[in-house]
Every structure is written in C-alpha cells, then in structure tokens.
Ligand binder design. Structure first.
Ligand SMILES: Cc1ncc(COP(=O)(O)O)c(C=O)c1O
Length: 414
C-alpha cells in the first residue's frame, strides 16, 4: 500500500482459508464482498466448536449443554449489540438477514401504524429489500411512496427534502449504497424524519461491516443489517430498534419462543427481543456473527475504514490512469465520501462479458443490477460490473482487476 496501511493485510489474508485456494490455475482474487464477504477461521471455528461442544436447543433446556447453548446465543447477541453501540441486547432482534429485518419493520410496524394515503419516503438508491416491502404496503394499504432523487455524481439530492418528508410517516434509507458506495448523510436524514414526525429506518447492510457504527448517535428508530457481509455466516442478520418502538410493535412471525402464554383463547407475547424471534433461532449462525464482530473489533473499525478509504483511492487512481474515459466508474469521485464499492462500465461491453473474462483470471466481480433496479434506471445502465473491497484486499488485488479489464478489452478487441 502506498504510505502506511493501518491493516496488516498480508496477515489478515492468512486468517481466511478460502484465500489459499486456487481458481482457474491461479490465486483467488475476491472482489465481491458487497455481495457476501469471506469468513475468517475464527468464525468457522466458533461455529464448529458450538456444534461439537454444546449443540442443543436454547431457552428451554434443563441440562448443562442447553444452558451453554443459550449462553452462547445470548452472549453473541450482547457482542453484536455492543458492536453497533446499542444500549442493551434487548434492542437487538436476530433475523435471517437484512431483508427479513426490513420486512419486519414494514409488515409488523407498518401494518399496525400506516393507513391509506400515508407517505413513506425512500431514496432512489435503495436495495430492493428496502423497496419491495413498501411496495407491498402500497398495494395492500394504499400508502404513498416518495423518492429522494440521486444526482449524477451519486449523492442523494436533498434540495427538496423538506417537501418530501412533510407529513410523512416513515423515512427509510441505506446508510451506504451497495452500487455506488455513497455514504448518505444519516444524521441529516434522521433529523428531517423526526422533525416531520416520521420514524427513521436505516438499512445499514453495507455500512456496519465497513464503518464503526453507533446506533445511539444516529438516533434512528430502526437499523437493519446482515451478518454475511461482515465476515459472519449466511442465515443471520439483525434489526436494532429502540426499546420504545420495539415494545409498541406487534410481533411479525408467530409460533414458539415468541410467546409468554398460549391458551385456546389467544396468546401473550414474550419480552424483548424474543417477542420477534419465532421458532428455533439460527444459533450457530449467531455464534458465528458474534465471532465476526469480535474479529472486526480486533482489527479496529477505524483501521478498517482507513484501509478502505486508501485502497479505494488507489483503485480510483489506478483504473482512471489506465483506462481514462473508456471506463465509467459510477458514484462519488472523492474516496472519503464513499465505501470501497466500485461499479463500472467499460465502453459498450456488457458487464457479464467483462466479468466472464475476469473469471478466467481468478477475479471475482459481480455483474448485474445489484438488486437496485430503480437506481440502475437513474444511472441509465441495465447493468454494471461491481468490484468491492474489504479487509483482506490489497493493491495487488486492485492491480489484478486492472489487468483483467485490460485482458477483456484485448479479448473483445476494443
Ligand atoms: C444495501 C443492502 N440492503 C439490503 C441487502 C439485503 O441483504 P440480505 O440479502 O442479506 O438480506 C443488501 C444485500 O445485497 C444490501 O446491499
């Protein structure tokens, strides 16, 4: 890395067994962490140890290993709650992923609190997970969706913010764009929501893995994120909410675990956060997520962010110097205003053709609409190639990407 890298990436790479394997006869260059991250040995071992030593169902066991399993689950919840600055583990509902967390907000809070004509404000850069549940409420209840526009340089356009939030009931937005890397002005949007009497919902799926998060400082009502993008396993995510709003929200999924009592006449709900956790939870996955949060804490989230800003700056510089106007990189040009997500198009080459050539060189990059079709329409692109950086990436990975773009250009004789 040019200058001092706050992370020892060579040592970090060794923590990720998958980075040792070969693909297509060479090393694996993984540049798709915005899609899903790789998992360090600490996470894999925590899950394996859980299964090998104390696998049992939780909250209902009367024997030692069931007690240990419950402690492992609740310990992981406390770790993750601390990782995002929650006041208490009670505020952290474990879900399957961010999509389920956002559905919980729309379906449980939304159905109980929204009526025909109520407005929900979104931005044009949202992931489908923060759009489709609201579309469903539009169809079901007749709510109105309003959209904060995105500018040509990938920022949200706040010119009309006061008018857009006026009279709204919900303002729901991503803290970081999964396509453009844009960091959104979270405090400003939360403030505007609250001034208008709306609740603020944050999709922090791309933020929590990359930037130190303090949900109390944000002051929002709900924050959703997902485990597999932050070095944790798939099948686990979380919804943070203030105790007040979680208390006032009816349960989402129902059945076992989420009740205090059930009679033939009805049921009463469990305390927070179990009220929202129907059925046997993803115990090993929660343990893995706790280990992931510990691993990131060990690296230091300030160092993680600093590393990504300088590696993003290196990538923007390298790619622009080498390919000039042939390569169109979307999103803010200033590394400090973005995460390490680089969506690009090379001349008129289809991104799928591009990434197929990359694959021949062991370079993993996603191509497509990235589950953000309304944004793709704003960008005027059906698809982009998206390279995304994380703690185990270094300048050699960026150079491999640049070489792969060069190979694709040669292959298609552009
Ligand atoms: C901004 C954003 N929100 C939500 C999601 C959904 O995450 P999951 O598929 O884990 O629910 C993603 C995943 O790509 C994302 O990038």
């Amino acid at each position: 890395m040019t200058g001092h890298d706050p992370l020892d990436v060579a040592a970090i790479k060794k923590d990720f067994p998958i980075l040792d394997r070969e693909v297509r006869g060479g090393r694996l260059v993984y540049l798709d962490s915005a899609n899903t991250s790789q998992k360090p040995r600490a996470v894999l071992e925590a899950m394996e140890t859980y299964y090998e030593r104390c696998n049992a169902n939780v909250h209902r066991g009367t024997y030692q290993i069931a007690e240990e399993a419950t402690n492992a689950l609740e310990g992981a919840r406390a770790t993750v709650a601390r990782f995002i600055g929650a006041r208490s583990p009670k505020e952290l509902v474990l879900t399957k992923n961010a999509t389920e967390a956002l559905n919980l907000v729309a379906k449980a809070w939304g159905r109980a609190n929204l009526r025909e004509g109520d407005a929900v404000v979104l931005t044009e850069l949202e992931h489908h997970a923060n759009i489709v549940p609201w579309h469903q409420l539009h169809d079901e209840l007749g709510i109105e969706l309003r959209w904060i526009p995105v500018t040509a340089d990938g920022h949200v356009d706040l010119t009309d913010l006061d008018r857009l939030v006026d009279g709204a009931k919900v303002v729901s937005f991503a803290a970081m764009s999964n396509v453009l890397g844009t960091l959104l002005p979270v405090e400003r949007l939360v403030g505007a929501a609250h001034d208008a009497g709306a609740i603020a919902v944050i999709d922090a799926s791309q933020y929590v893995p990359h930037v130190g998060t303090d949900v109390q400082a944000w002051g929002a009502d709900f924050v959703a994120f997902t485990g597999h993008k932050m070095l944790g396993p798939t099948g686990i995510g979380a919804l943070w909410g203030t105790e007040a709003i979680l208390d006032a929200t009816p349960p989402f999924l129902t059945g076992g675990e989420m009740i205090l009592n059930v009679t033939k006449e009805g049921f009463t709900v469990n305390e927070l956060p179990w009220k929202f956790e129907a059925g046997t939870p993803p115990i090993a996955e929660a343990v893995g997520l706790g280990a992931a949060a510990d691993y990131l804490t060990g690296l230091g989230m300030e160092a993680v962010r600093e590393h990504e800003v300088s590696l993003t700056a290196y990538a923007l510089r390298t790619l622009t110097d080498r390919f000039g106007d042939d390569l169109r990189i979307h999103g803010p040009s200033e590394p400090a205003e973005r995460g390490g997500v680089l969506s690009f198009e090379y001349r008129d080459l289809h991104p799928h053709d591009l990434t197929q050539v990359f694959d021949q060189h062991g370079v993993c990059v996603r191509a497509g609409h990235h589950c953000a079709k309304p944004l793709m329409r704003v960008l005027g692109a059906a698809a982009t190639a998206r390279a995304s950086l994380y703690v185990y990436n270094d300048e050699a990975d960026v150079d491999a990407l640049a070489d792969a773009i060069g190979e694709a250009a040669d292959f298609f004789a552009l």
